[in-house]
Design a protein around this ligand. Structure first.
Ligand SMILES: Nc1ncnc2c1ncn2[C@@H]1O[C@H](COP(=O)(O)OP(=O)(O)OP(=O)(O)O)[C@@H](O)[C@H]1O
Length: 477
């Protein structure tokens, strides 16, 4: 049967112009519409209408990725009157290949267009029989135009640029929908803030938001972090512990650095997303989980798929909505607003008094390339607040790398030393400055510093030890 349905990633806009990435789909054309400063998003909904049987006339219109039908009141469409329908009769999953109908071990079976099925793809107008009821399926594709938001602030994120306001508009629109979201962007661009905003503006905001950094967990523990473990499941499992999915029950799970997830664990994650149930490591019980999944990555997962490092089916499952956060250097006009917002924070004013940047200092900040994005900007601000005394922040208060992007002049070597010693000293100075800077940018996170610098974690550890750097002190309090 030819599966019906548009591609889950059919969200359209101009990828170069605004911050919502729509073009990076490995297959299938997306319905992309480009307009000045506007984004169009293709939203997928479907209608289920009981066309005959005791519940005739009941209907459901939903954008849920997975919906259930049966006699039990917890189903999305409840067959109240139909005594021959099972409690959980069938479900419909929105997959990368279309809408998939799955029988849930019902007593009398699920029939699609007259044939009994266990799993089959639906087409527009498909007739599903469950018990004495016939349910007609109709997909509804809604194309929504999203204007840049009027506000230059959303849930703690500041952004006056069109790119950011466009993202704010998109977040407001998709947050209430219970669909998966992938956020892609360089390190420090604000991916976690976006995830928090989506959670905060969703119907799950009263539930927990559980953050799991897939890149920071040792590979041998990631499975138990995700799915939990029973007592004695492995050496060190002294007591049973629920995993992130269980803890996110009723709320949202935020899988940060998803691109770091080992290839052999990806099918396990996919299974959880498809079946919405987990089994703890070392456990037998199947635990149902109900949470929204938001994932973030600084890698280009489409390239990772092509390279065989990331599973395409998992990507499709997660990227119903794909938000691409542009790097700070592509939205420099946000810099003064972010700084102004941070300087106006009550605790900053209380601790440091009223401060402002001189025009020269501000233009240096605007000219810098910000490889560590907003996080680096925030770190520079802390540095500046510590080192500036008066009300005005001057270029001399800025760290050398910001001041000196156009740094000229001779290399600072000691000409009185032998060539070998002078070179060694120069290299050591460079190593110390480089590692200090990358660690500051990564808030003392050695794994992230390793990734960003292209060095092995072991090399970073060696340099931290060699120069007696305080990586722990750089962690956020
Ligand atoms: N638009 C923004 N306005 C104000 N602060 C921001 C904005 N974006 C990011 N920040 C700040 O920058 C820092 C980094 O943000 P965040 O942790 O969300 O980035 P990230 O992309 O998730 O980083 P990583 O890739 O390293 O996980 C945080 O201190 C956050 O508060």
């Amino acid at each position: 049967m030819s599966p019906h349905g548009p591609h889950p990633d059919d969200i359209g806009t101009n990828p170069g112009d605004v911050g919502v990435d729509l073009g990076s789909v490995p297959q299938a054309p997306s319905h992309t519409l480009v307009m000045d400063h506007r984004t169009t998003v293709k939203l997928h909904k479907c209608r289920l209408h009981v066309s005959s049987g005791p519940d005739e006339g009941r209907q459901l219109v939903t954008d849920k990725e997975r919906l259930r039908v049966g006699a039990h009141p917890q189903n999305d469409l409840v067959l109240v009157e139909d005594r021959t329908a099972s409690r959980h009769h069938f479900e419909i999953q929105y997959t990368e290949r279309g809408y998939l109908l799955v029988d849930l071990n019902s007593t009398n079976g699920t029939f699609l267009d007259g044939r009994r099925i266990e799993r089959a793809y639906l087409s527009p107008g498909s007739q599903i029989r469950a018990g004495s009821s016939t349910v007609t399926f109709s997909p509804i594709d809604e194309e929504v135009t999203i204007e840049p938001d009027r506000e230059g602030e959303l849930c703690g994120m500041v952004g006056q640029s069109v790119k950011m306001r466009q993202i704010f508009g998109l977040i407001k629109r998709i947050a209430p929908m219970d669909v998966s979201v992938i956020i892609q962007g360089e390190t420090g661009t604000g991916k976690e803030l976006v995830a928090r905003a989506v959670h905060e503006l969703s119907g799950r905001k009263k539930g927990p938001l559980v953050v799991l950094d897939c890149g920071a967990i040792p590979p041998n523990l990631i499975e138990s972090e995700l799915f939990g473990h029973e007592k004695g499941a492995f050496t060190g499992a002294v007591s049973a512990r629920p995993g992130a999915f269980e803890r996110a029950q009723g709320g949202t799970i935020f899988l940060d650095e998803l691109g770091e997830l080992r290839l052999d664990l990806q099918p396990k994650l996919l299974r959880v997303l498809e079946n919405r149930e987990v089994r703890r490591v070392g456990g037998n019980d199947v635990i149902e989980v109900d949470c929204r999944v938001i994932a973030a990555t600084n890698r280009d997962l489409v390239k990772e798929i092509a390279a065989g490092a990331f599973r395409e089916d998992l990507y499709f499952r997660l990227s119903v909505i794909h938000i691409h956060l542009p790097p700070l250097r592509q939205r420099r006009d946000d810099i003064p607003h972010i700084l102004k917002g941070a300087l106006a924070e009550p605790e900053v004013v209380e601790r440091h008094g009223r401060k402002r940047f001189s025009p020269e200092a501000l233009s240096m900040l605007m000219a810098y390339t910000w490889p560590g994005n907003v996080r680096e900007l925030m770190n520079v601000l802390s540095h500046v607040l510590t080192f500036s005394e008066g009300e005005e922040i001057l270029p001399t208060h800025l760290p050398p790398r910001v001041r000196g992007q156009a740094r000229e002049g001779p290399l600072p070597f000691n000409e009185h030393l032998s060539f070998k010693d002078a070179k060694e000293q120069l290299l050591e100075n460079f190593e110390r400055e480089y590692i200090t800077s990358v660690l500051a940018r990564c808030e003392g996170n050695l794994s992230r510093a390793a990734r960003e610098s292209g060095l092995h974690r072991k090399s970073i550890e060696r340099l931290v030890k060699k120069y007696q750097l305080d990586a722990k002190g750089m962690k956020p309090r």
